[in-house]
Ligand binder design. Sequence first.
Ligand code: SF4
Length: 324
Amino acid sequence: MQENILEIKDLKIHFPIKGKIIPRVVGNVKAVDGISFSIKQGETLGLVGESGCGKSTTSRGILRLIEPKAGQVIFEGKDVIKSSKKELKEIRKKMQLVFQDPFASLNPKMRVGDMLEEVLYVHRIGNPKERKKIAENYFEMVGLNKKYMTRFPHEFSGGQRQRIVFARAIALNPKLVICDEPVSALDVSIQAQIINLMEELKNRLGLTYIFIAHDLSVVKHVSDRIAVMYLGKIVEIADTEELFANPRHPYTKALFSAIPVCDPENKVKKITLEGDMPSPLDPPKGCRFHTRCYKAKDICKEKAPQEIDLGGGHLVSCHFVKND
Ligand code: SF4
């Protein structure tokens, strides 16, 4: 049985809103509002949901780039939220974040080789000669020729730049890499190359991934398990195969029904959700999805559903999942 590398317990990330005239807190944007999940060593957990549901905020909260309001983030047995600055620096070495836009992630004025060496320098790894060697090794590991390390980011294509971002992320020998929409800004043909690179690095270095994306076909391809988020909450989580074969939450069903299907024999009836996601500043009472749910009943407006365990790690938050 593999060990949990990361455990998130009742994590809340709120952003206070101050009044225009009197500078006091008049409300909170509840971007992430009490989520719990765990990830095993070597696993890839997909995190999906509409824009604004709290996926990216969750990733930043895990690394404490945003200070959570409450909850626990246990990484390798240590609570990240309670860690000192010094401990946090060590933890961040083992947890890396890859962003969507590789161009924005790289310093346009620095040569890419210097960027890789800088990361090692900041974490006091090796002497200049050793750092150069390590940087070359990781540059080649992501499929780039080390003779291009003296180039600037703009001299590379989008896919090559994302490879460089991955080289920088793995240069510190991390255990967990959080990938926030790592292929969304790339052409489809390049997306496949980066996904293959991620799989290669996972197998070679024993990495664990949190994979955030809105393209469900890509998430299905890379993830062992998937968590579905809606308005700051996880509404369903299960093994990828189980979730795609047997989605139980009305929101998950609606998301999956929007995936294009090539086979006319296997067409799924499209479920169109009415309206937009409500504001996390003032989330609806009861079940947060009730304003758009096609199965909502009166109780949904009053009472928030409990998480129901369907067995085999399949958890769903809906009042009516058992009658479904
Ligand atoms: Fe829909 Fe009610 Fe279930 Fe929420 S609890 S998902 S509103 S049926």
